[in-house]
Design a protein around this ligand. Structure first.
Ligand code: ADQ
Length: 476
């Protein structure tokens, strides 16, 4: 099958959060499974710092009364062709934000449609989040190109209809309120990045005002759990961490703890409970809950906490102030740093993820992969990936709480803190997390099933289409 992935983020070239992880990993796996998968993304100003891009474009086109050119490169560490849409609007060094964000990504989506019509024609365009939402609208006119739209984050829905009318001069094509709604209506299939979140978004609590539409299209919607790039994120080979280790050599892991404590200026102590968080600092991630409990937790215990993240100014300031009160015990790194994130996964004892909502969550899987025990709120994909620690039955991979309440989060942290002091149980807990299979292979099979179904092909005979504990799909 010929499949074009279109997205605003592609790891390791352009990543802000988990969508970049998905688009940087899934095409590699699908290609290995024999499909001609290619990626289309913006040519951001920083791309040449990350990869080699040929000087000459391969194609030029027009969209929304502007011309653009396409450069072809390769996704690092793979043979996946990467098409880069070049236009001055993407010269800015930030992926998101700015006054022209609505125009920029609407133009990007329209450029991708032009590319698919005129240069490389795929059978399926796999679109990711609102930035690509206009593609399914356009492709409705092209019965020979089908569309799959994946919701990574319903909280961001793109420009509203009146603005789209203004920008594209085509008022007739959509009924939806905004780009995300249009994509949901017009795409042939909709996937959501975890089965639990796929069900949750049909309720007012999680639907972000689109719950009616999402219930209406439940017949073409399903949840397919994300995986992680287990080659890149492998504690046995990761070049960014100071000491490589496996589930069988966990003793080596403590050296990473020392290294990261030194790196961010905490008191070095392997017996101290070290928690961390790597996150966008936004409401979704439960930062308000964290702010309500972390001060007390640090003052009642001898534990340590490292935060790595950027986002809302208010949260950045609050966290910064807290860190200044706990010198040597709390560190606040207000930056985006891929290498440090890996060292935190590899060196911390526990990873905090008290999300208000979580479509899937990549960070908790990365933390388990590196032997860092997740403490999570049981919502969305966190339900599907983390199970509560049950020492009596030697089961579970983390600490879970249900209600979005500071006391519940606090209690989970206390339990983890206590658990950490029972070394054998803790080690077994770490090992269970590390031995989970979060590889993309299984989810990729689910996507192939969706693609084949869309093209009217019979399901592939594949042993991996058997279900297992990690990949579950919830067909609407
Ligand atoms: N300051 C920083 N420095 C370095 N690395 C940082 C960082 N801040 C975040 N990251 C990295 O970004 C990724 C975060 O991914 P998540 O899936 O956990 O959340 P996100 O909300 O961004 O993704 C959205 O899309 C994904 C993909 O579908 C869903 O899993 C998720 O629920 C949804 O909210 C991780 O790889 C993490 O290490």
């Amino acid at each position: 099958m010929r499949i074009l992935f279109v997205a605003a983020e592609v790891a390791p070239i352009a990543k802000v959060g988990g969508m970049g992880d998905v688009v940087g990993a899934l095409p590699k796996v699908l290609r290995r499974m024999g499909h001609d998968v290619r990626i289309f993304m913006p040519y951001y100003g920083f791309v040449p710092d990350k990869i080699d891009v040929p000087e000459e474009p391969i194609w030029s086109g027009n969209a929304m009364f502007e011309s653009f050119s396409i450069y072809e490169a390769v996704l690092p560490g793979s043979d996946v062709p990467l098409y880069l849409l070049n236009h001055p609007t993407f010269n800015n060094r930030n992926i998101y934000g700015g006054e022209d964000e609505d125009w920029r990504f609407t133009f990007f989506a329209n450029g991708a449609a032009e590319f698919a019509w005129n240069y490389w024609k795929p059978e399926i365009i796999h679109c990711h989040d609102w930035h690509t939402g206009m593609i399914p609208v356009w492709m409705k006119q092209s019965p020979d190109i089908s569309t799959v739209f994946t919701i990574h984050n319903l909280a961001y829905q793109g420009p509203w209809r009146w603005r789209l009318d203004q920008m594209t001069w085509c008022p007739w094509y959509m009924q939806g309120h905004n780009t995300m709604a249009a994509a949901l209506q017009f795409s042939d299939r909709v996937t959501v990045v975890s089965p639990t979140y796929a069900n949750q978004i049909r309720t007012p609590e999680y639907g972000e005002t689109l719950e009616g539409l999402l219930s209406f299209i439940s017949g073409k919607t399903e949840g397919i759990l994300n995986g992680i790039d287990t080659e890149s994120y492998n504690p046995e080979t990761d070049k960014y961490i100071s000491h490589n280790f496996t589930a069988d050599t966990l003793d080596l892991r403590r050296k990473n703890k020392i290294a990261v404590q030194e790196e961010v200026g905490l008191q070095v102590s392997t017996n101290t409970f070290l928690m961390s968080m790597v996150t966008r600092l936004v409401d979704q991630k439960g930062i308000d809950l964290l702010i309500q409990v972390i001060d007390r937790f640090l003052s009642y215990t001898d534990s340590q906490f490292i935060l790595l993240g950027t986002g809302d100014r208010y949260y950045e300031t609050q966290m910064w102030q807290l860190a200044s009160r706990y010198r040597g015990r709390m560190s606040c790194q207000l930056l985006y740093n891929e290498a440090l994130s890996r060292r935190l996964y590899a060196g911390s004892d526990a990873f905090l993820m008290p999300s208000r909502f979580e479509p899937c969550g990549i960070s908790q899987m990365l933390s388990m992969r590196y032997g860092c025990v997740p403490i999570v709120r049981r919502t969305g994909g966190l339900v599907d990936t983390v199970s509560h620690h049950d020492p009596m039955n030697q089961a579970g991979t983390g600490y879970c709480f249900d209600r979005y309440e500071p006391l519940d989060f606090y209690t989970s942290m206390v339990r983890a803190y206590e658990g950490f002091h029972y070394k054998d149980y803790w080690r077994a807990l770490q090992q269970r997390g590390m031995r989970q299979n979060f590889s993309w292979d299984k989810s990729a099979v689910e996507y192939i099933r969706v693609y084949r179904d869309l093209l009217g092909l019979p399901p592939e005979e594949s042993p991996s289409s058997q279900s297992d504990e990690v990949v579950a799909t919830g067909v609407g």
